[in-house]
Design a protein. Sequence first.
Lengths: 1058, 314
Amino acid sequence: MENSSAKRRKLGNGPFVPVGTSSTPAASAFADATEELLLDVQQDYAKPFDGVDDILGQFKTTIEALEPQGPALISDATAKFEKAKGIRVPYPSPRPAKDSPYKLAFAKPAQVNVVGSYVTKTMIRTQATHAIDMIVVMPADLFQDKDFRDLRYFYKRSFYLAWICAGLKKHFKESMEFNFQFLHGNELLPVLVTQPTKTSRKYAIRVIPCAPENLFPTSKLWPTSNSVRRNGNDSKEAQAPTPFYNATLKAESLYQSYLRLLHSAGKTCPGFKDACILGRVWLQQRGFGSDISQGGFGSFEFSVLVALLLSGGGRKGEPLLAKSLGSSQMVRAAIQYLANTNFQKKPLVFGTHPSDPDAMRQDGPVLYDATRNMNLLWKMTPWSANLLQQFAKWSLAGLKDNSLDQFDPLFIIKVHDKSQIYDLQANVSLPSAAETFQSQDCHGRTWNFSEKLYQVLKKALGERAFLISIYMPNMASWAVSTAPTLAQSGSVAVGVIYEPTSAFRRMDLGPEAEQKKEAAKYQEFWGEKSELRRFQDGGIRECIEWAKESSASIPKQIIRYITQLHFGLDDQSVSLYGAEASISPSDTQYFEVAKEAFRTLEHDLRELQDLPLHINQIAGIGPELRYASLKLPSTEKPIQPMEVVISFEASGKWTDNLVANQKLKIAFLLKIGSSLEEFKEEIKTHLGLDKAVNETHNLAFLDVVYEDGFAFRLRVRSDAEERELEMQTRNKQLDRHTQAEAAASLAIIRRLYTNLPLHTQTVSSWCTRLPALSPAIRFTKRWFACHKLASHINEELIELLVLQAFLKPFPWRTPTSAFTGFLRTMHLISRWDWPEEPLVVDHSDSITAEERSAIFARFRECRKLDPRFNRTVLFVADSHDTGGTTFTRDGPSRVVANQMVKLARSVCELVRANGDLKLLLQPSLKHYDVVITLNPKALKAILREHGASKQSYYKNLGERSTAAVLPLAESPAATLLQDLRTQYSSALVFFHGGQDDHVITALWNPELDQRTRKVEMPASFKPTGNGDTLEIDRASILAEIARIGGDMIEKIKVKGAS
Amino acid sequence: MAEQPSSSQEEFLTLPISIPPLPSFPVPTTHHIYLRRNAKVLTRDDKRSLYLVNAPVDSTEPHFRSLFTSLVGAGKFEAVTFECDAKTTKSSIEPAQALRLASHQKKRKREEEEEAQRIRDEVAAEMPSTWSRPLHRSGGSAVVLLADERSVDIVLKAVKKLQKTKQYPVWGEGVGDKAPALGSSWLKAHNKLVYPGNAAMQAVVDAFFTVYNRKEAEAERLARELRNEPDEDGFVTVTRGGRVAPARMDEAEEAKRKMLERQEKRKDETQNFYRWQLREKKKAEQAAFLREFEEDKNKLRAMREKRRKVQPDT
């Protein structure tokens, strides 16, 4: 788009050209993908619906041939009918009173018609049920003018339906099964559901009685009018408007009108039908449907919306969608419309409204179709409207992204996965006291309760919550001979998305004490939790202080408390779902302290006057210095230093010999050490030796320990070293082996001195910007550790994965809690087809299209050279380093990568099924060949050498004795693991979960075959007794490990052995 | 390392060793060492040595001493060299200039006294080890030096005899505390050895640079000599600037890079000037666009193949 002409640019910025629909190649690739999708989801009508048309025809003739019944008093007619036919008339609640004066009758229907997605051919394969809607238009002369009142119409309708049911049942007793169901969960509208008994039930036919057009005058059914006066009560309260009731009634006579609208839209606009199908897919992936329990916005509403947008919707009533748009463009435009419109703030009107706009004012979302005088969103709750808008917004955010990648989040990924959407889930049982949630409008009890709950939670959570959503239970169908199963009991599911900056605040401030009215209200709402306090600024306010997050996070505490207070719900009836945050978001303060200590070190180093070279940069590279270490940084013994690298100004003083340079570095470190010790008394320095295989590698580090403070591990960067190695890699005269070695050394050096400082900077700045990132990284690291993958996967790689999940959250919102962040990372990993695609983490938004295709080219090259993943397994490029292997060079291997994806998949499945979250962090050791249990006592004894004191009885004694201890170079388990890895590199693959893990596991390398050659053995082999062949000697290897570990190993268990 | 075993070479003999069980792995096992006469005879010592394969990971000299003592009695075993000790080729610590000049110069005969001093210095400059007892690679080899050539025959005979008697020697028997124990005390020692002390390290570094500086000085002196002295054929080596040494490789590269940069810059200045250049550029962009489209299409195709169907997840 950058190079487009001025004219094009102008057009592109117009108000309603949907994002990404310009005719760029990317957009047409997207269109291609949708074409593909359309082909694949399209319902095959011939086979599964074989014979349906016949049945429908028979239904029609049967219904039309039914005998009319004379008018009879309601009580008599009902009793007679129920006795004769064995069918219970599905009256809405409350059932008509015995002494009701009105009469019921049955007459030949005005029309019988098949409507809905079966006729418009917009069904999709993955629908849960394929329902064919057959409407039966009741004749107008059955009704009187006043029948719109007090459910009278619905009583008559129910009776009519019961008659049809009786008639059909007589004819199709054998072949069909008959049930009643509430249409879209609306308790006013029972419908008949029939399913064939013999064939495998792929479809259902719904028989829906409805009213003829214009049965009742529009003026009676404004959203603001009242039509239900219970118990003859004429008080003002009883005259509250009943918009839901009115809309239900209104919708009864609009079936045909909407059918015509959709039909004409399909005729004039070629892409309309496909747009409807795509819309259905989009909604279905987000769990939306026409049912009230599914949000009340389904494919029907979507289609009507698109049809309306084709004819209007602009500021001056001009059409928002052109008829020439393609289907994918139309869907995107519709989504954009949904994202940009808030239906709750002010009612949205399509077409010109004849009377005053106040007449359609009502609570909840409104999209008013003025031609038909109907609120299209009448089945939507405030929260579902909000959720729909957010879904649309999130989808749109993804659409701005690179072409094809937007396709999956939009249509393929199952978005409706509550654990992925919400930070906190709760199941709230309906209280048993029934009458408290009655209202004039006939929403049903569940709706009323949910609405009340929504209000209370919204007020209680306030700015802690970004979004609250409630899922009402599905209503089941019931056999025609029994009474309807109204949702008297059951529970609703609540989902909350946090506002991460304020969700975990411990203090809630209320109004000042002087504002008496507000204060009283506040007290009433919060009950005894609210207390008066004087604050530092002198104000006296109502406030609430929540308990520390030791047992439950603060939002959880609030939900428990407030439901208890307002609904009398105890702990059993409110069950909260979500991993208990053992990693608290308030842990950041510990990292802040560590960072502060690092700044002190930096300051101290820069103060040193007598260094031979000027310090250029001091950069932290340890995970503690970027809010990302699993363990909180602490000053406790044993001291574990945080890693830092120092680079000096460029200098010619470095030698041109690699070994001498390493020695020079040591001299440098020693100089820094002695200067620091001189500069500040509380500093002690210890020069330590690195595990260097070769003398040309980095040999040493300097541990700088502040007394009673943090410790740092310094390494010095030498630019001469890098230059020399670079030259070696390019020097064609050197032999290949030396070149490869130089390249490997160079990669290590680049990683340590260039990439890690940048990475640390990036992660730490993102952690300050996204409050949930740091806990999410740490939770994810814990998971990797628990499943013993930590020893194979670099910490930095994990950080990049989590960061990617945060930066590309589509189709969801950026995660707002540790747990959702973790789950999104799992989702990302589970969908990552690593053999086929690289991961590109563009955290600085700086990778251009060319660079991106260069990365892909490099990736393909890599795969071509190494198709069996012997060298490069995971390929992860980021903004700083597009090479792709910086953090994946030393692991994981192919086996481990597959294992990681498999585990991530099972996590996703587990949470989708609302499984026990404790299982998440419980590793299975069953599949390992060898399980080595370490002796925690022996490990502790080693740590004690470094000052990890037993809780000494005399506290002062314990402290004194640890004054001059050495820092810990590495945790003992890690050292042991490292050693085992070196000795058995080709025989065993070891797994270990980091520092606190007391179990090392291992798998035998399956590729070590039998051999005859005795020289150059990759591991210990023994004679098989069969000629000259040798096989791997597992027992002797394990015995060796036992000898190496000595008292550190408690037990070595072999798979299969008891 | 040993050469490939040829058919003429002696076959390996198997020396089974019984390993006593430990509480953490209470399974008695047998370890198999394979040995033969050392085939690589370069020095006099090689004739009286044995080549071993699959030495246990935790082998030490005391282990082998007691093993051979139990096999053939005391006094036959002299020393053992492990694969990893022999293998570490020291990286060169010659200054680069010295390396370059080495090709121009005949080896100078050194005084014995001087040589000894040199060795002493180099030992002092060596990095301290961080392990009290190094481990060896599993399946690794070792060379055992015996008292004399006769001992080799005796050992081989004894090993052959073992096949019949089945009285395998026990690993680690009689070693006692001659070898440092492994396990936690070994790790404790390691954690201490990692920090050899600042003063000690200073001494090592100083020693290193005494050696290094001397080498550098020698190289410089040599360069000066080379410049002045004609060689056997009467030629005098031309050195850069006449002061230091021949030009360095990287300097040449640097010069080349600069030249290329200059060329590139000149090229850049004449870009985007003529109409045809703009046209070409646009064409190239168009082509890139199309290529991108093709790429996306390929991706889609790949996706299709992979999933076979583009279906929404359920």
